[in-house]
Design a protein around this ligand. Sequence first.
Ligand code: SAM
Ligand code: SF4
Length: 512
Amino acid sequence: MDLLIPDKTHDESRQGEALLLEPVAGKNNGRKLYIESYGCAMNFSDSEIVASILQDKGFETTTDFNNADVVLINTCSIRENAEQRVRNRLKEFTVAKVKNPGMVVGVLGCMAERLKSKFLEEEKLVDVVVGPDAYRDLPGLIERVDDGQKAVNVLLSREETYADISPVRLNSNGINAFVSIMRGCDNMCSFCVVPFTRGRERSREPLSIVAECTDLFNRGYREVTLLGQNVDSYKWNPEKQGAKVEEQKPIMGMDLLEKVLSSGEDLGETQDQALEEVKEGVTFANLLEMVAQISPELRIRFSTSHPKDITDDVLYTMKAYDNICKYIHLPVQSGNTRVLKLMNRTYSRDWYIDRINAIRRIIPECAISTDVITGFCSETEEEHQDTLSMMDYVQYYFAYMFMYSERPGTLAAKRYADDIPEAVKHQRLKEVVNKQQEHSHTRLKQLVGTTQKVLIEGFSKKSDKDYSGRSDQNTVVVFPVGEGYKPGQYVNVYIERCTTATMIGTVSPHTP
Ligand code: SAM
Ligand code: SF4
């Protein structure tokens, strides 16, 4: 049992969601693509890149896999149950493939990378296996399958960031978008499969990020979430990355940047400053500032921060810009120093507390959320109590809470016994979840009687008489639909009451 109190980077309600794009005039090869995604926001963002690549080759999308010529499933390997979910889904595709033997079935993402060609042996209906750095090769791989072969490309890259591919986001709400700023991870936390499935860490060229966010803003989006496994280690160094600044524009060769820069749309200071800043090398704090300067009307979020890397510079940049949301996802994993050491997290309990104190000192109103793993190898009852006491200290707004799931090939799988009985892992998870529910409720109750600036995202899940949006601190706010405001706009909402996960209020007359 994994229990989540949802924010948006792992949105349970989006698991298995299929992408639907508008057909592009003049580009139609007569074939239909079905693509669905599992796992974290990075995978959903990657599926948009894949869809862009295939749309460019004339594919049209469909949301019914029974009608598709190519069926792709973008997979997650983070825990065993994530992989099981994908295997069950593949069984459902088997029936469709029996009816339509020409259908190409492809597996993308982390599971493809982890299992490589073994996937073809284990799941007979799969024709194509493609790792996260090989998506540009997909059209060629599909051709190979058309010629009667099976096809695999799981090569990891040290350079690929897909910076020049502007993702298509047609079935999004047109208000929030995820923008990938880096790929891979160099951290080697002992429980985690990501460094093996997504390869070495690399940062995306900063002007391509600013250009993508500017384009989104110009198309009406009002919130971007900058994505990376460890955003604090974002670093763009033009010299090291082999590009002199003067040469960067042509090197980027990006349709999008060219479009934004040549359309006469004024990026004003942002553009000049951005070009200046890339000369010096760009840190995450610099990047945040560059994106924040696109417009005060564009909200910026980011995920995920790593406790060992989050700097005061980032915190001061957040404080300096009203449009950088005061919300940090800072996974703790465990509140005990010995367990953190076994997890290879490279920080201690005291270090984590020091970072929490820095956030409180610099941005007192900042909401903090976290990830917790229960029942990691050799974790004692006392060490588990340290996690609970850390939760009491921070009083997180949200948490993702998981039982430890051993992943083949990870450092923990090689070095330590997965020796905590399932029932104990389960019991500890239950205690962590109960505590978090208490804290989430406490945090929301503290906001009753305040006024929150909310970006309206659409109708509430329960009723089209109510709108739903998020506060700066990323809490869901529900309030009655009314004249004079609509999705994509900001309103000030007076919070009248709350449930454990939602604030309920009315729009204040002093709306921006
Ligand atoms: N890079 C981010 C970080 O360092 O926090 C998150 C990466 S991971 C996709 C998201 C979360 O999954 C982790 O923070 C961790 O809590 C959880 N996770 C990763 N591997 C796990 C495992 N083997 N068992 C249980 N939970 C795991
Ligand atoms: Fe996995 Fe650790 Fe990298 Fe996060 S920082 S992706 S948990 S290895």
